[in-house]
Design a protein around this ligand. Sequence first.
Ligand code: 0O2
Length: 245
Amino acid sequence: MTDVRDDAALQDELVRKLRSDAGIDALRDNDPEAVMLQLRTLMQQIRRMFLVYEFGIKALSTKIEILRQEFEQGHDYSPIEHVRSRLKTPEGVMRKALRRGSALTVEAIRNEITDIAGIRITCSFVSDVYWIAEMLSKQSDVTVLETKDYIAAPKANGYRSLHLIVQVPVFLSQETEHVTVELQIRTIAMDFWASMEHKLSYKYDTNLPAHLAEQISTTSAIAAELDDRMGKLREEIRPRPNEVD
Ligand code: 0O2
């Protein structure tokens, strides 16, 4: 989501809030050494936070890769077409924290922003989306914090996808960190639509003219129809159990 404030105003607000939330404003006489120390500590905490999120992505990506390889070994197709991951940029995280009214501290950000680390899995069929979600959710070290099923209940603009906010443990030398990752699982048709919608709507931010919004929503129904037909074809073509050698 784009912020309506201009960049200069946003930066001013970020700096002001960072100074106060990092305790810099509270330092006596703005002692330069104390300010530097406080800033250094904050930078170290932020760098460590992003590193731990990167580890979280690695831990979950390995689980996904294991499922994919195991499935491929026993079947003649892969339920997973692509897997992409991304870390939000520090600026993106700060902007979101500001928008949400969260404190600009590592602790508040970790608690309140759940999509700093994201993995998007693109599947062949809708049933594969739910299969993968189930296989990951039932692993004993994966905790599902939240599920948003935009396939069963698409967003008003037509967006469809299954989102899971999960936590995975990352074992470090001194402690175990439970890292939150946003998983988006969707079919190729859903992914194609989301990617096009993002490109088409970007220019308008939140003010998409009604006639365009309606057409975009119609294209989502076409993508859903395609998924439905492909699913039915798959059911028909898939060999019956007694036909498998
Ligand atoms: P990016 O670049 O993918 O990170 P919020 O995150 O506050 O906007 P919420 O309710 O926390 O909203 O999360 P939501 O809506 O469940 O999921 C947010 C993410 O889902 C978005 O992340 C997009 O990736 C995707 N998404 C949600 N709605 C749409 C939509 O209408 N169109 C498209 N193309 N993608 C959508 P970011 O952070 O916006 O972007």
